[in-house]
Design a protein around this ligand. Structure first.
Ligand code: GLN
Length: 479
């Protein structure tokens, strides 16, 4: 008998059920696919779904796996992949018309590693075009809705990944995080989202947006589930020269470890622009943690007030260069013309949406002769100051707690014509990308009007273990 609710369980629970021979691999897949069929029409979390492939793989596992003691950590677990991360022989659209028909000839390293760890790739999830946005409304394939209330956005840009994890259309998912795109939708949908240290997970096969900021991250129902995915995808890769060449320690999440931690709270956090109700939830959560951790201490990150401006200058500059490759010749869409220059121009005009064009134009301007020092150069200097703020703060604490977003989920269409308002929602997430450090968002113990509040825990470079342990302690508050 198929248990229809298996899809609502976590990776570790499913793993144990398989190990104890309580369920079959195919039971999990059938449960997940059934859920996708009942929910995804409303949510639009998937751009493509690999039903047949996934079922075949699960049935195959049922036939072939004999040694259940030595199951791999993700054996038979259905994982969704954001559609800007390449999966061999499958569409990789980046939510854009320009790549609407692009089939990837290879696997991203993170995807290859998931497969080695036993995962079944179940489909590709929706995103803001080229991962530029915070609402998953700008995809060529239509907006994604928040499973908590379909009239609201799921956050972004990995909104498809967060939404499918929330409604259990996948057990876990990969996302990408350039300025918050894993943590932001995790906060809006009430799931866990981990952005690893820059270079800890290979970017090979992640379609480049802003190369000095881009990270592949993990979404799951719990912090522990993101840790299991992270353990599988982390590590040095000769295909990505920016990966860190130090051994990866397998993290097993332990909330008791926080008794040794000092938690830092940046004094700049409770400032203008933060929804007072969110501030209250964060304060309550910190008060709860006080009982378990070593100490709670005020720290200062004075330059993070410049993070949004700095981030947008850098990401637009890098995007303008990275997206130059979509010229109608090498990949995807081509709008034919007798003149080569017109072919480039018309393909790009038809293939990119307004937000992507805006960023290419501003980014090109910021890199142009005469303005480079003033814009890109200055942004790089401020980026360094932000990094120094964190270096200083982590001398006094082990992890830093802030909200993930300053506002709660908003309605579809509400902010789409106000890009600045959308950009300001990234105030708490962009600093970690600029500093190259790690951060996770998990839902706070309390909700506001049914909506989750994301709590962000930031750690130093390679501090994934301490932020995951703290995240688990937060998850345990109301248990
Ligand atoms: N919201 C941010 C932006 O629009 C972050 C995007 C991301 O992390 N991919 O650029």
């Amino acid at each position: 008998m198929i248990n229809p609710d298996l899809c609502d369980l976590t990776i570790s629970v499913l793993h144990n059920k398989i190990k104890n021979r309580e369920i079959k691999f195919s039971d999990i897949i059938f449960s997940v696919i059934k859920r996708v069929k009942s929910e995804d029409q409303k949510i639009n979390g998937y751009i493509s779904i690999f039903e047949e492939d996934a079922i075949n793989q699960a049935v195959d596992l049922d036939k072939t796996i004999k040694n259940f003691e030595q199951l791999k950590p993700l054996s038979g677990i259905p994982i969704a992949v954001k559609d800007n991360i390449c999966v061999k022989d499958k569409l990789t659209t980046c939510g854009s018309k320009i790549l609407a028909n692009f089939i990837s000839p290879y696997d991203a390293t993170a995807v290859a590693k998931l497969k080695v760890a036993g995962a079944i790739i179940i489909g590709k999830t929706n995103l803001d075009e080229f991962a530029m946005g915070s609402s998953t409304e700008t995809s060529y394939f239509g907006p994604t809705s928040n499973p908590i209330d379909n009239r609201y956005v799921p956050g972004g840009s990995s909104g498809g990944s967060a939404a499918v994890v929330k409604y259990s259309g996948a057990i876990g998912a990969l996302g990408s995080d350039t300025g918050g795109s894993v943590r932001h939708p995790a906060a809006f949908c009430g799931v866990a989202g981990l952005k690893p240290t820059y270079g800890r997970v290979s970017r090979y096969g992640l379609v480049a947006f802003a190369s000095s900021l881009d990270c592949v991250g993990a979404l799951g129902k719990t912090a522990e589930d993101t840790a299991i995915i992270f353990n599988a995808i982390a590590g040095y890769d000769e295909m990505d020269a920016t990966t860190i060449n130090t051994p990866v320690k397998n993290i097993s999440v332990d909330s008791n470890a926080i008794k040794k931690y000092t938690i830092g709270i940046p004094k700049e956090v409770f400032a203008e622009g933060l929804d007072g109700r969110i501030a209250k939830v964060i304060e309550d959560t910190i008060n709860n943690l006080r009982k378990r951790c070593r100490n709670v201490k005020e720290v200062s990150l004075p330059n993070t007030k410049y993070a949004v401006a700095t981030y947008y200058l850098i990401c637009m500059a890098e995007a303008s260069s990275n997206l130059a490759r979509y010229d109608g010749v090498k990949y995807g869409l081509r709008v034919s013309s007798s003149e080569l220059k017109d072919l480039y121009a018309q393909t790009r005009d038809e293939g990119f949406n307004t937000e992507v064009k805006r960023r290419i134009l501003i980014g090109t301007y910021g890199l142009s002769k005469g303005y480079y020092d003033e814009y890109y150069g200055t942004a790089q200097k401020v980026r360094n100051l932000i990094k120094q703020d964190f270096d200083q703060a982590f001398k006094d604490c082990d992890v830093i707690i802030t909200p993930t977003t300053p506002v709660l989920p908003f309605k579809l269409g509400e902010q789409i014509s106000d890009p600045l308002a959308m950009y300001l929602g990234d105030i708490f997430t962009t600093p970690a990308n600029l500093a190259g450090i790690t951060a996770i968002s998990v839902p706070a113990p309390l909700t506001i009007d049914n909506f989750p509040v994301g709590i962000q825990i930031t750690g130093p470079a390679l501090g994934e273990e301490q932020i995951l342990n703290t995240a688990k302690a937060i998850e345990e508050i109301n248990e």
